[in-house]
Design a protein around this ligand. Structure first.
Ligand SMILES: [Zn+2]
Length: 464
């Protein structure tokens, strides 16, 4: 009888002897070349037919990316909406191959400091490029959560901020933030208001801009000249200047102003849209000088008036009383504005806002202020070649809003006395220079034009 241990070895020996593969473990099984080619062809065919990217699927990833490098941004953008797999591929390409190269960023910032503004064509070319990039990011990240998309936007912004580069020498000629603004508004186009607010907050938080706004609105105007101009450029170029509609612009302007009390809102509005020269906000301009003609008036007050009108178009957030309070604050900061400048601003703000403001002054018995603004209206109309019918119409509305005849008479008397006072003042205290003579001339002309209007109205039946 064979012992069990010896029996085991015997059976193992037999198995080894029988299996030829034991001796040739690395030997490749012999196959026909024809069969191999056929199998490869079949695999390729299956990949092309069943693979989500078709012919593209048979290429290795490196080669796919190499091909994508040759495509234009708009083509990549269209490919992202071709299929889910194509979108994933483009997204992978976008993340691993930065499309905004360093030399492009240098082009956007003003690195030459030669004070030569860019041509409109060159500006447009760059802005359009960033619009295309925005569309690419919008499409390739359409399935991402808002939080993740905002992270991409902020990463993009970090690369473009002027204060993150030594190269940016002239902020007024730099277009980096304008390009980012176009990019940003393209990415978030179609988002609802809550998401847009999140986007605004995310950008403000990422850049700490609100800390700078607080510093500026709580300090004396002009203390932080550079920070003031940076804030103006930041909000205007990213959120406000690239908007396609009034509605959109009023939304963003409200986002900028919302966190602050009325007093600071007025300062911010002036900081954003008041007159500026050589990267500096001219805070005292309207307390000291007046425009010479209609063109200068639009230059100095046009943007500010437009901003007030935009807020007026957003009644969900801005009541007429809010707008009047803001206007009151603007025109008395940093010092009281010259009455003529208040008139310039109000005329550009439009009838609706002006009437509301004047009527509120009339109801509150602020006669001297009212008389001062209405006489200045006559002056501005004469200077800018407008008809004085506008002043007559405004006065009529003020008189109608007053409660008693005594108040009405009081206002009419204050108005004519104000004319007398202003003319006498400029005669007594003015210097004999050219500007002063002009002021005197315009004031007397304004009075005579207004009197003509009154005559026409008083003797209408005889004159017609
Ligand atoms: Zn710059």
């Amino acid at each position: 009888m064979i012992p069990p241990r010896a029996k085991h070895f015997a059976s193992q020996r037999t198995t080894i002897k029988m299996d030829i593969k034991y001796y040739l473990p690395c030997k490749k099984t012999r196959r026909s070349y024809r069969l191999e080619v056929k199998e490869k062809e079949e695999h390729k065919f299956k990949t092309i037919r069943r693979g989500p990217l078709g012919y593209f699927d048979i290429l290795p990833l490196e080669l796919k990316f190499l091909i994508l490098k040759y495509l234009r941004i708009e083509d990549l953008s269209i490919l992202t909406i071709a299929s889910k797999s194509m979108r994933n591929l483009i997204e992978g390409f976008r993340v691993t191959h930065p499309i905004v190269q360093k030399n492009l960023l240098h082009e956007l910032h003003d690195t030459k400091n030669d004070c030569k503004p860019r041509t409109i064509e060159s500006q447009q070319k760059h802005i359009q490029l960033f619009q295309k990039l925005g569309l690419l990011l919008k499409r390739s990240t359409c399935l991402y959560a808002t939080r993740d998309r905002l992270k991409f936007i902020n990463e993009f912004l970090t690369k473009m901020l002027c204060w993150n580069t030594e190269k940016c020498r002239n902020r007024s000629h730099c277009i980096a933030l304008i390009c980012f603004g176009k990019f940003f508004l393209t990415v978030i186009a179609g988002w609802d208001d809550t998401e847009c607010e999140k986007a605004f907050d995310a950008i403000c938080q990422h850049t700490c801009v609100l800390k700078n706004v607080k510093l500026v609105v709580t300090a004396k105007s002009g203390t932080h000249l550079k920070v003031e101009y940076d804030i103006r450029v930041f909000f205007r170029r990213i959120f406000l200047d690239q908007c396609n509609s009034v509605q959109e612009r009023s939304f963003w302007l409200s986002c900028v102003l919302r966190p602050w009390p009325i007093f600071h809102q007025a300062r911010l509005l002036f900081l954003l849209y008041g007159p500026a020269l050589d990267d500096e906000i001219l805070w005292f301009e309207h307390c000291e000088n007046t425009p010479e003609n209609a063109e200068q008036s639009t230059q100095h007050f046009g943007e500010l008036a437009n901003a007030v009108q935009i807020l007026h178009c957003y009644p969900q957030e801005w009541s007429e009383d809010d707008i009047i309070s803001v206007l009151d604050e603007i025109t008395s900061y940093p010092d009281e504005w010259l009455a003529e400048n208040v008139a310039h601003l109000l005329i550009l703000c439009g009838d609706s806002i002006t009437t509301k403001l004047l009527v509120s002054k009339a109801i509150n018995g602020r006669m001297v202020e009212l008389a001062s603004i209405t006489t200045s209206f006559c002056l501005v109309c004469v200077k800018n070649d407008f008809s004085l019918s506008y002043v007559v119409m405004m006065m009529q509305k003020i008189l109608e809003a007053m409660d008693s005849n005594k108040d009405r008479l009081n206002f009419c008397n204050s108005f004519t006395e104000m004319f007398r006072e202003v003319i006498m003042d400029s005669h007594e205290f003015g210097d004999n220079d050219q500007g002063h003579e002009n002021d005197m001339f315009f004031m007397v002309t304004a009075l005579s034009e207004f009197t003509k209007k009154m005559f026409q109205m008083a003797f209408k039946s005889i004159l017609s």
